[in-house]
Design a protein around this ligand. Sequence first.
Ligand code: NAD
Length: 273
Amino acid sequence: MNSLMLNTDGVQIPQLGFGVWQIPNDQAEQAVRTAFEVGYRHIDTAAAYGNEEGVGRAVRSAGLPREKVFVTTKLWNGDHGRAEQAFDESLARLGLDYVDLFLIHWPVPRQDKYVQAWKALEKIYRDGRAKAIGTSNFTVQTLTRLMDETDITPSINQIELHPYLQQREMRAFHEANGILTEAWSPLGQGKGLLDDPALRVLSDKYGKTPAQIVLRWHLQLGNVVIPKSATPSRIAENFKVFDFILDTEDMAAIGALNQGKRIGPDPDTFNMT
Ligand code: NAD
C-alpha cells in the first residue's frame, strides 16, 4: 500500500482510503471493520455523513494501534462560524483525541466565512488535535484567497474527480502549490462510467474489473482515492489494485474519456447548510 507525503511535518496519507458517505451510522462500524480486515488503513467520513460514531467505534475496536489508522473528517457548511466547537463535537462523536486530517467540506463562497473557518483549523492543527488540515471542493479562486489571507497552505484538496471529470486545471494548480489532490466519487458513483466500453476493453486486457482499472488510473496519476462500497466483496475488490500497472497508452485511453461533467454540485454555488 502506497502512502503520500503531505506538506505538513512528515505526515503521510495512505493513497487508497475507504469512503463512508451514505453508509448509515448503524452500518458504518461493520463496513469499516470489513475495510480494516481487507487492509485499508484510511477512512474518510464527515460530520454531515451522520456516521462518525459508527466509524469511531470501528477505529477504537479494530485492535490496530491508533497511529496505524488515518481518519479524516470534515467541517459542515453551517459550522464555518463555529469551527472549533464543531471540531470538538466531531472528536466526541468519533471518541478520538485527534484526527489525522480535518477538512472544510465546501467553501460556500456566498456565506463568505471560509477564511474565518480556516483560521480556526490552523489553531486546531497547531494544538495537535488534527495532524493535518485541508479543504474540499475548493476552486483555484477560493484556494488562492485562502493562501493569500492565512498562514498555512492546505495539505490536500478533496474534489470530485473521475475519468468523466478529470480536473486537469485543479490538479496542475495543486501540484504547483504543494497540495495533494484527493478524488471523491472516484468511480463516478458507479453509474454509467463503469460500463464505459473503453474500460471494458481494459478490464479484459488486464483481467481486472472496470472499478479496479479506474482506481489504478487514479493511483498512477498521484491522486489520493477514497472509493465507497457497503458490499464486502466490492470493498475487497477495490483494494486489490496494487498488483498491476496500466501502461502509458492505456493511461492515455482513460485520459481521453474526460467530458468535464460533474455528478455532484458546483462548489461556487453549493450552499446547503
Ligand atoms: P464512488 O465513486 O466511490 O462510488 C460508490 C458507488 O459505486 C457504490 O455505492 C457502488 O454503487 C459503486 N461501486 C463501488 N465499488 C464498486 C465496484 N467494485 N464495482 C461496481 N460498482 C461499485 O462514490 P462516492 O461514494 O460518492 O465517493 C466516495 C467517497 O468520497 C464518499 O464515500 C465520501 O467519503 C467522499 N465524498 C466526498 C464528497 C465531498 O464533498 N468532499 C462528496 C462525495 C463523496
